[in-house]
Design a binder for this molecule. Structure first.
Ligand code: HEC
Ligand code: HEC
Length: 255
């Protein structure tokens, strides 16, 4: 179990992330101005620690659904019932009608699909705690040579990482690319990077990669292989040090 200080640290981390998130969310480039009722609702949202279980714009806990666009899904009766008797793992809060109206205003005013949709992310990409973010941070810290670095940027900015996960075969069968050069020679890689393997689940890269970009990608794949074991350790270290283990948060204390 947790020592009181580590609980405090976890809560401080939560509160800090929420404050930073709120700062980002309500800053000018997002341009959502909350009404007075919604500001009251946001206070209840903070005080009720809703973010321990719920995400707004992908930030927060994962026990409950992302609430960024919940207002469009949840009607008034269901919201009132959720906020009084709870549901499943959602605790009962016993809010009165006024408080429910404040929370409703808050959820309605942040539900702005034109500004952003909630996204489920595993871990917090901003702090490098998702496996993908920890991997990308470890690669960047690895000081790769210019051509491999350019290949990595193409990989990162493209959709490659939607299917290829670091150091594992993904659910769609995309292999671990850090060992690709063991299986495929450079000519074979050039073919995959031109044509994909459409029958086996890899579409031809779009936008099309130029010859120079293919060479850079191949340089990156060789660099990955050479640095694989160091990277594996580095990714683990980053996740251990900076990770917040949401599943171990004492959410039951908010009951
Ligand atoms: C302990 C975890 C937990 C906390 C804390 C929590 N919720 Fe929930 N919430 C859940 C879970 C789990 C569900 C899904 C329940 C279900 O579908 O039966 C849920 C569902 C919801 C939904 C419906 C979302 C949808 O898309 O159907 C809303 C709205 C909601 N919660 C709002 C809140 C608010 C506001 C707070 C704070 C006052 C809060 N929750 C606190 C766990 C939590
Ligand atoms: C839609 C999912 C998907 C996307 C997007 C995707 N791949 Fe793939 N990729 C796969 C699958 C599945 C395979 C394995 C096909 C097979 O079984 O031979 C594969 C195989 C490969 C291989 C061969 C590796 C080996 O060990 O055989 C390379 C190299 C590769 N992909 C690179 C990329 C790059 C670079 C990108 C981005 C431009 C990318 N992939 C985007 C699904 C994807």
């Amino acid at each position: 179990m947790f020592a009181p200080t580590s609980k405090k640290i976890l809560l401080a981390v939560l509160v800090a992330s929420y404050v930073i998130q709120s700062g980002l969310v309500y800053s000018d480039d997002v341009d959502i101005r909350l009404s007075e009722d919604a500001v009251q609702g946001r206070k209840l949202f903070h005080d009720g620690s809703c973010q321990v279980c719920h995400q707004l714009w992908g930030q927060g806990g994962f026990l409950g659904p992302d609430l960024t666009n919940a207002a469009s899904r949840v009607d008034e009766t269901r919201l009132a019932s959720l906020l009084t008797v709870g549901s499943g793992q959602m605790p009962s809060y016993r809010y009165d009608a006024r408080e429910i109206a404040f929370l409703r205003a808050f959820l309605e005013e942040i539900d702005r699909p034109d500004v952003g949709r909630g996204q489920l992310r595993l871990g917090d990409p901003a702090s490098g705690t998702s496996p993908q973010a920890a991997f990308e941070a470890a690669v960047v810290a690895g000081n790769l040579p210019a051509d491999a670095r350019a290949g990595f940027e193409t990989f990162r900015s493209g959709i490659c990482s939607a299917c290829h996960f670091p150091f594992q075969r993904s659910i769609v069968g995309a292999p671990d690319l850090s060992t690709a050069v063991d299986r495929v020679d450079d000519a074979g890689l050039r073919t995959v990077l031109s044509e994909g393997r459409p029958l086996l689940g890899m579409p031809p890269p779009a936008p099309v990669l130029s010859d120079g970009q293919k060479d850079e990608m191949i340089a990156y794949l060789h660099w990955l292989r050479e640095n694989r074991s160091g990277l594996v350790g580095e990714v683990e270290r980053r996740q251990r040090e900076r990770g917040v283990d949401w599943s171990r948060l004492p959410w039951w204390e908010f009951r």
